[in-house]
Design a protein around this ligand. Structure first.
Ligand code: PMT
Length: 390
């Protein structure tokens, strides 16, 4: 894997060359990016020698936009050590030097941080809030650990050892799901009434896109079939995006790719009904009279995949419920031949349509349940993947 190691200005920066050496030994290509303060603790020559590549540390040095080429080159970005300062900058969207600019530009790909700082700084509510914000965006934290700190006191704030950071990186790089292909459905469907109107719903696609990214993070190839949404995945190479509009188009795309997949997670909010006829012009108001739409049923994609499923495939459906939640979700699991159902209750605040957070209960075929607290959709996606692919 092509890994960018970012180094910031903390005493633990002296361990960064060892981390680079371990990553190179494990077969990864490494380039380093350091802040000005980091270079007070570790030299340019050392970092360039161990990585075998020029160091990126000055936004304007070459007159080129290095942060753009490095963000395209790198498949993963690791910041070790990550000071309170860099964590705060990313959380606040600040890009005022080479590394912070690269961090903001490095979207859609895995980022790992190994925090290191004094224990009082680590405990500060601002730092804790910033760490939670970054975790919510999907940034993975390794450490810190408890132990003797450079300032002489014992406490939480020591950077994890390079071996431990390298292990976390290599596990993520190898990916538990490498060699697997998964289907994910996302977003709403639009069912046309006439040339300007449709029946739709409030799904934004955020949950489905987060699931696709969480699967790709673990090394899986993903076929993401999405209804209309403004979201994109341009930066994640392992995700093939299929944009569709209606339930019938989603049905065709999903049933076509499913036989080649190890599993499928259907998080799309598919319209159960569509207008029996779609006018090819804009329908006009008819005096003061009301209007009747004849609706016909759409195909049930999940139930169809349930009937196609082999013993080797895992099928996961979502259930969006407003009452009798668990009973209804269990019913869907059995009726549609699912291995897991992810229950979303619209009664939970901060969960469901449009928002960046979700709260779910994952119910397995054997009845076991995994409940999540209210988390970012990225974290919920990771929990779902962990639960369904143990
Ligand atoms: O997109 P977001 O804004 O992030 O919101 C996420 C979400 C709320 C849409 C998502 O978390 C969610 O709950 N998705 C399921 C929504 C839904 O339509 O649930 P349902 O109970 O009506 O459908 C049950 C299951 O059958 C779902 O897996 C659905 O994808 C599937 N289905 C439904 C109808 C149909 N014709 N074909 C299907 O495959």
């Amino acid at each position: 894997m092509k890994i960018v190691v970012g180094i910031t200005g903390g005493i633990a920066a002296y361990k960064a060359p060892e981390l680079v050496r371990l990553l190179k030994k494990a077969g990864h290509e490494v380039r380093c990016a350091a802040t000005e303060h980091a270079l007070e603790f570790v030299t340019r020559v050392t970092l360039e020698t161990v990585s075998g590549a020029p160091l990126y540390s000055d936004l304007f040095a070459s007159g080129r936009t290095e942060h753009i080429s490095l963000k395209d080159w790198g498949e993963m970005l690791v910041v070790a050590p990550a000071t309170a300062n860099i964590i705060g900058k990313v959380a606040g969207g600040i890009a005022d030097d080479a590394l912070s600019t690269l961090l903001l530009a490095f979207s859609g790909k895995p980022v790992i941080m190994a925090p290191a700082m004094n224990c009082e700084m680590w405990a500060h509510p601002a730092v804790q809030r910033n760490v939670e914000t970054l975790k919510g965006w999907g940034i993975c934290m390794v450490g810190p650990e408890e132990g003797e700190l450079a300032c002489g006191v014992n406490g939480m704030g020591r950077m994890a050892e390079p071996e431990q950071i390298a292990d976390a990186i290599c596990t993520m790089a190898a990916g538990r799901l490498a060699g697997q292909r998964w289907l994910v459905t996302a977003g709403p469907t639009y069912e046309r009434i006439d040339s300007v109107r449709f029946i739709g719903n409030y799904s934004s696609g955020k949950m489905g896109f987060a699931l696709a990214e969480a699967l790709a993070e673990q090394g899986a190839e993903v076929e993401l079939v999405t209804g209309p949404t403004y979201l994109n995945v341009s930066t994640y190479q392992r995700i093939s995006l299929h944009r569709v509009e209606s339930a019938r188009e989603m049905y065709s795309a999903a049933t076509e790719v499913f036989p080649r997949c190890n599993g499928a997670i259907l998080s799309a909010a598919v319209a159960d009904y569509r207008p029996a006829e779609c006018a090819d012009h804009k329908l006009k108001k008819n005096g003061n009279e009301g209007m009747h739409l004849d609706l016909v049923q759409n195909p049930d994609i999940l139930a169809t995949l349930g009937s196609m499923k082999t013993d080797k495939q895992t099928l996961v459906g979502f259930a969006l419920e407003t009452d009798n939640e668990e009973t209804n979700a269990q019913r869907k699991l059995e009726k549609k031949n699912l291995d897991f159902v992810v229950l979303n209750s619209l009664r939970d605040k901060g969960a469901g349509f449009g928002v960046d957070t979700n709260k779910v209960t994952i119910i397995a075929r054997d009845g076991s349940k995994t409940e999540s607290p209210l988390l970012s959709k990225k974290e919920v996606a990771r929990l779902i993947i962990e639960t369904i692919t143990p």
